[in-house]
Design a protein around this ligand. Sequence first.
Ligand SMILES: Cc1cc2nc3c(=O)[nH]c(=O)nc-3n(C[C@H](O)[C@H](O)[C@H](O)COP(=O)(O)OP(=O)(O)OC[C@H]3O[C@@H](n4cnc5c(N)ncnc54)[C@H](O)[C@@H]3O)c2cc1C
Length: 345
Amino acid sequence: MSETHASTDLPQLAFASLRPMIRAHAEEHELTILRDSSSGLHIDTYYGSVEFMLSGAGARVEIRAPHADYVQILKDSLVDQINADFPLVAQDIRWNDAAQVAKLPANIWAMKFASVEVMDSGFLRVVLRGDVSRFSDDAIHFRLGIAPQGRPMPWPQVGDNGSTLWPEGEDRLHLPVYTARHVDQTNGTLSFDLFAHAGGRATQWAQRATAGVDVLITSPGGGGCKIPETINGFADETGFPAVARILKANPDLTGRFILYGDKPCAQRYPLPKHSGVEVSFAPPDRKPLMAEDAIKSIDETSPPFLWFAGNRAQASAVRTTWRKRDHDREGAYISGFWGERAQTQ
Ligand SMILES: Cc1cc2nc3c(=O)[nH]c(=O)nc-3n(C[C@H](O)[C@H](O)[C@H](O)COP(=O)(O)OP(=O)(O)OC[C@H]3O[C@@H](n4cnc5c(N)ncnc54)[C@H](O)[C@@H]3O)c2cc1C
């Protein structure tokens, strides 16, 4: 696979000061540390690798990623981390590929709203039209950028230091995450299923959007839908589209999914037929107990692959138990898909 590369020198920041900060971030986010010494620190991430090197009295950073959009994501993350402790250094960062400045960041693009269909399962199926070449079974989640009601889309830009300048104040975007349900590479369409819940800004947006209007999409990422072993899955409505992708992408998979919906109509959500995975729906009043069910199901010694997507607080309880029992990080996908607090950038 071809590689995209970006580098920057940080002459004002001693490598010895940078190293503990980056190391702590890598440990917190469970990133792989490929090398760590007094002269270099090399971190591997889902998006690519970032290498920090001693360079004179300062440091040098090199990013390598498979796509320009992933380079942008890694630049944003790095500028953010440096900004937390060394804001003046973060401001002065300049990258070797500075031609990006004042353009739309490489991990963000526009698609056109095409249609919305009200589904009888409590979802809205939204179809967008445009470039879908970055979607695959390895990258199924994306952010949808929604402008504040009544305002034109305020597009983000790349700043002088290479990081994304998001619109602020009255122009602040709402950036909820969705799962690509169908991607048609030939006709350039992306469909996603939005769970219509009370007070949801995305629900209101989908109900009033008109065909042809531009919407902001961020590069897909956040994991794919290939599951290597037997699955033990739990999902609320926000996870149903991902469950559908998993069932489709893994015809030989075995195991089970328990699905939790607020209302009985959730059971009509269209899922692909699968001969090896048992899919059942919990009664609606069981949804608040989803984490409890998942925790009870975790085998002490050799648990099957645990897949959990639902409320953030519940996901956190499940993750804590998984870790307490010393199970492998790679043996589970436990994700908070929504929380009581509004989810924005
Ligand atoms: C990796 C990932 C994939 C996701 N895929 C999908 C998907 O395919 N389809 C989908 O519908 N959602 C999906 N979500 C969840 C979605 O991003 C959140 O539900 C998001 O908050 C929706 O924004 P909103 O505009 O609807 O609500 P907001 O306007 O942000 O919130 C308004 C209120 O509704 C509450 N709220 C938010 N979500 C829910 C909910 N599900 N049930 C009840 N109350 C809620 C908020 O806490 C807030 O109080 C995914 C999330 C992640 C992290």
